[in-house]
Design a protein around this ligand. Structure first.
Ligand code: IPD
Length: 265
């Protein structure tokens, strides 16, 4: 059953990724700003979400839907699809070949504190990479099984993060980065939360953390990172969610969380 759900997620994410890539080749413009002038949407985001929503309505008419561009609809099956049609929209706008279609199917309320991720697919069209996971069965890049990097001390850790769209929170995030940078191998800001989580899963970075994400940004990537052996958590005892998400090998996650607690103080 879950494998069928993953097949649906993967197939539709690939199709939406092809649509996004065609838009990118034809040229992309900002269609509108959302929460702030730096938070943007393009026509491709809207079309890709409409495509995904339409396909899911045909194939899974009783499931709920929660998408970045078109909002939520409750279903009767207890399952909900969390969809970011183009994660990394700013990269997409500028032609930086690092953006993704992210689709997760979860059980329960699509609230980070109560849902249980069942399966997820994250497709990076420019790289031709397809990351997938099924809860309890594993995570893959194409056919290759994923495993997080072995633990390292923080001075040997490549840490990835992202920034919110609001100016006030960005100022706080800048201060944390200033304190963190001298204590780790380096910091990356790659611009696509779902792929940031997949990077931890694929041992391309040692850790990822971010504040203020939305469910569609992290739902699929969180299943993938967790199935690759990462701890995926929120602040202190909280589940990963809007306030905070941290993903890393359990040993690295504990050390990084301690350091971040000091930097926030
Ligand atoms: C954004 C990206 C970015 C992260 C932002 C997200 P969007 O998603 O994932 O890396 O730092 O917090 O909102 O707006 O491109 O779908």
């Amino acid at each position: 059953m879950t494998r069928e759900l993953l097949d649906i997620a993967r197939t539709i994410a690939r199709e939406a990724g092809d649509l996004a890539a065609r838009h990118r080749a034809a040229g992309v413009e900002v269609a509108a700003s959302k929460s702030s002038i730096v938070d943007i949407v393009t026509e491709a985001d809207r079309e890709a979400e409409a495509l995904i929503r339409g396909r899911l309505a045909e194939l899974r008419p009783n499931d709920g839907f929660f998408g970045e561009e078109s909002g939520a609809e409750t279903g009767s099956s207890g399952l909900t699809w969390l969809v970011d049609p183009i994660d990394g929209t700013v990269n997409f706008l500028y032609g930086i070949p690092h953006y993704a279609v992210s689709i997760a199917v979860v059980e329960g309320d699509p609230d980070p504190l109560t849902w249980r991720g069942l399966a997820g697919a994250v497709v990076n069209p420019p790289a031709g990479e397809v990351f997938t996971a099924i809860a309890g069965e594993g995570a893959w890049l194409g056919d290759a099984r994923l495993r997080v990097a072995e633990p390292v001390e923080l001075p040997q850790a490549l840490v990835n993060t992202g920034f919110a769209y609001g100016a006030e929170l960005r100022a706080e995030q800048g201060a944390v980065v200033a304190g963190l940078l001298p204590k780790v191998r380096d910091i990356r800001r790659l611009g696509t939360a779902s792929l940031d989580l997949c990077a931890v899963a694929a041992a391309r970075t040692n850790a990822y953390f971010e504040r203020n994400l939305s469910p569609w940004d992290h739902a699929a990537g969180a299943i993938i990172a967790s199935e690759a052996g990462a701890t995926v958590k929120g602040w202190a005892d909280a589940a990963a969610g809007r306030d905070f998400i941290l993903a890393a090998h359990p040993v690295v996650a504990a050390a990084l969380e301690e350091l971040l607690a000091e930097l926030h103080a």
